[in-house]
Design a protein around this ligand. Sequence first.
Ligand SMILES: *Cc1c(COP(=O)(O)O)cnc(C)c1O
Length: 550
Amino acid sequence: MSDAQPPALLSHRPLDNSRALLHRAVDLGLDFTSGELRDGLVLRHATIGQLIDRFAEPVPVAGTGNEQLLESLAEIASWSISQADPRYLAFPDTGDSIAALAADIVASFLNQNLIAFDRSAPAASVIEAQLITWLRELVGYPVTPLADYEGLASLGGMWTSGGNMSNHVAIAAALTHTYPEVRRSGLRAVPEQPVILLAGGVEHFSYLAAAQALGLGTDGLLWADATPDFTSDPDSVARLLASPPPGKRIFMVVGVAGNCRTTGIDDLQALAELSELHNVWFHVDACHGGSLLFSEKLKMRLAGIENADSIALDPHKGLFVSYPSSYVLFRDPAALGRFARYPDRAHDPDCLDLGLITPFYGSRGFESLKLWALMKHQGVDGIGRLVEDRQATFQKMVDLLERTGCFRMLGTSDFYRCAFVFLPTPVAEALEQTALPAAHHAAVRDLISHYTAAFADRLYRAGTVVFDLFALQDLADRLGLGTGAKYQAMGMCVGHPHIPDEIEHGIERDITEAARDLAGRMLEDLRALLTSANPASSTAGPDVTGPAGW
Ligand SMILES: *Cc1c(COP(=O)(O)O)cnc(C)c1O
């Protein structure tokens, strides 16, 4: 057979031939990780148009051979961004656990279908149930040891494809818990408007998406205040719980354990107590903060999480596991059991068909093997050390940002992410020395946003250092220009437990170089603006361009 028509299926190929091809695929992956395939950059930048030009082609009618396939894969890799590169500082999703990668490869071969035990996923169903039990133990939930397995209704958790979906499932469960009639009659059976209470300014977009998708509507979200340190304000939550707007009933309070913009962590215990007092479901979104549960030293930052009715965890975020890996857990396992397709079977200890209690999903793969493998490989202690080392590295990187004199922080946290704008010291000093009339505030905010975006973009296009770029309010009024308006802000999120010194120095050098002429121009623009009687301010809102903007 010619190379142009290679056998498609493993079972039709000589084993050695398959082995060679797969080994080369793994080598390609490693060359991507090492940077060889991306010219030593975090990414080789190209626009959408450029990449469409490169990859657009007609439906392939005749197949290509092995060699051409590998070439195409290498080409795709060479235009991919590496979140595992230590100079990638936009998001913590390094996905570079070696155990998880190995498990991912094996899981692809196994191709188990977690919809059912018999005929689909025998060992895999047990492994996933075990993992959920481990996660329950880590968050401090009551646990039925796997050896005493009592049926699906006692499992109390499920895998999902991401925090977005974990939050959807938690909301659906809270709704079904509060209004059992919804299962049969839908939302029209509910006499009042059910609403979710969450703090504005620190919220993740998934709540709005879920409200729209689940039939609650945008009006199904009730906004509490956020504090200046970007956490949900318990006093505001207390006030709204005590007197919700007429016609509305709060059925869920959301606590955020690490918001997506500054990773500020809510006072979960306070929110748990308030929710309990008002008999309202308490959901903790620990998509970022969940990794802290692995550290004896750091997990007290999440004190109170064990009192949540539901918890979203996102191991593909900040826990070194590749996408997709997310879990939603329920303190009372019956909450998930309520979705059982056949409720009687959910109490049958001889049934482990996960598809019976996993809403939104039918057939799905053995993604849980990745986190299971990481936990086996490193143990909770090993993972805890990685998480602790990452905290120290984050602090070191914050020091680096401050040392450059290029930025002003809008929000910091003692977790792993901070948000800041480009405001070099000479520009900041010029601002401080001026008694700025209020009429100038909007124009100065626009100037700061403009240069922040320009700076972040310059580094990003160079492919040397990647910060996040997203919209953020200055809730603590650190810039003195008001708290209501949004800036284009940069985010730095440290996903790596270690960043070698020479890489750190390289980052510092690249920042300083990129800032040099921008700082001069910004100062000139500021001076022009300060002397003008009627400073122009563009009304266009900031673009959402980085992961936290999601
Ligand atoms: C990232 C994030 C999510 C959504 O998670 P995905 O895995 O992107 O679907 C939800 N909540 C918070 C707080 C997040 O940071």
